[in-house]
Design a protein around this ligand. Structure first.
Ligand SMILES: *[C@@H]1O[C@H](CO)[C@@H](O)[C@H](O)[C@H]1NC(C)=O
Ligand SMILES: *[C@@H]1O[C@H](CO)[C@@H](O)[C@H](O)[C@H]1NC(C)=O
Ligand SMILES: *[C@@H]1O[C@H](CO)[C@@H](O)[C@H](O)[C@H]1NC(C)=O
Ligand SMILES: *[C@@H]1O[C@H](CO)[C@@H](O)[C@H](O)[C@H]1NC(C)=O
Ligand SMILES: *[C@@H]1O[C@H](CO)[C@@H](O)[C@H](O)[C@H]1NC(C)=O
Ligand SMILES: *[C@@H]1O[C@H](CO)[C@@H](O)[C@H](O)[C@H]1NC(C)=O
Length: 262
């Protein structure tokens, strides 16, 4: 009796863990499973993420008014390549005095938004390699390029007008990466190459930016560090992943129970 139970459980585990074994087994397939658990959303909701993850409300506002948010979400949902987004903080927009965004046309605003993304997922570790291929095309295409440099783990982003660095990783789980930047990225393709000599950004009264838990600046990216990017996954992505794990566990447990009772 007892051994039968053990056998059943073992079989169940084998069935679950090996799709091939399942195909070859002569046993009849398990009876229809319990009602499928609600499908877990596989896709990151960028609107939601940018709403709750920090102070990205101005950026989100521009993404929404230009509908670029839909472009980004679609890329996040449907492309194999994924997406990398550089999200300037609200402070980045409020401290941007010149050049002003206020008289850009709607098309230029759209390009400006698209300029803040790459049409591929890049983990922080990938930027070391990516910096070899500067200038890098952004989602805005054409001459809308960014240069990257990796200075011992600090990823610097240069648009000509803007030279800033990734100050925090908001989310970095293939296929979606969202990195915080403290300056709006201004493309030469809009503002021209006649860049005023460093308009000495008033020494802001000591950055009071929230010390994000995932700031890459503390990360020691050594040359032979593991290529895996998942190590620096923030919190939120771990939660997303665990959701997936729970649904699998649920199916597994219910199958075992059904087999034991059957
Ligand atoms: C994404 O999140 C926003 C804000 O939380 C919400 O209004 C919207 O319905 C969500 N979209 C989807 C497709 O779930
Ligand atoms: C992205 O996927 C979610 C579900 O995962 C869906 O509700 C949403 O409409 C999709 N958005 C786009 C732009 O494809
Ligand atoms: C580095 O980038 C080149 C193309 O720019 C690519 O072919 C190569 O696979 C990349 N290497 C790594 C380790 O990602
Ligand atoms: C970006 O890199 C390219 C090639 O290294 C260089 O010609 C260009 O001037 C750089 N642009 C900026 C804005 O630094
Ligand atoms: C961390 O980085 C610093 C400076 O780049 C270096 O001196 C130190 O050896 C690194 N530590 C480790 C554990 O790699
Ligand atoms: C995870 O996120 C919660 C809030 O969302 C925060 O309180 C907690 O400190 C975070 N944990 C880590 C390890 O970042």
């Amino acid at each position: 009796m007892k051994s039968t139970t053990v056998f059943l459980i073992t079989t169940a585990i084998l069935l679950l863990s090996s799709p091939e074994a399942k195909a070859q087994t002569t046993k009849s397939p398990p009876p229809s499973l319990a009602p499928a658990p609600a499908p877990t959303p596989d896709h990151v909701n960028l609107t939601h993420l940018l709403t709750v993850a920090g102070s990205f409300h101005t950026f989100l506002g521009y993404l929404e008014s230009t509908k670029v948010i839909d472009t980004f979400q679609e890329q996040a949902n449907n492309s194999k390549d994924g997406i990398t987004i550089f999200a300037p903080t609200d402070k980045a927009f409020s401290s941007l005095k010149q050049p002003s965004l206020s008289n850009l046309t709607q098309d230029q605003l759209k390009s400006l938004c698209l300029f803040h993304a790459l049409s591929r997922y890049y983990s922080l570790a990938d930027f070391k390699n990516l910096s070899q291929s500067s200038p890098v095309s952004t989602y805005a295409g054409g001459q809308y390029t960014l240069n990257f440099t990796d200075l011992s783990g600090d990823v610097h982003v240069n648009s000509g007008w803007t030279n800033t660095k990734i100050s925090s990783s908001v989310l970095s789980t293939d296929p979606v990466a969202v990195y915080q930047v403290d300056h709006v990225l201004l493309p030469e393709a809009i503002f021209g190459t006649d860049i005023p000599p460093m308009p000495a950004p008033a020494p802001s009264p000591v950055a009071d930016t929230p010390p994000a838990a995932d700031t890459p600046s503390g990360v020691n990216v050594t040359t032979n560090s593991s290529p895996s990017s998942s190590e620096q996954d923030p919190n939120s992505s771990a939660q997303l992943i665990s959701l997936g794990i729970w649904s699998h566990l649920f199916v597994a447990v219910s199958s075992v129970m059904i087999m034991m009772s059957g």
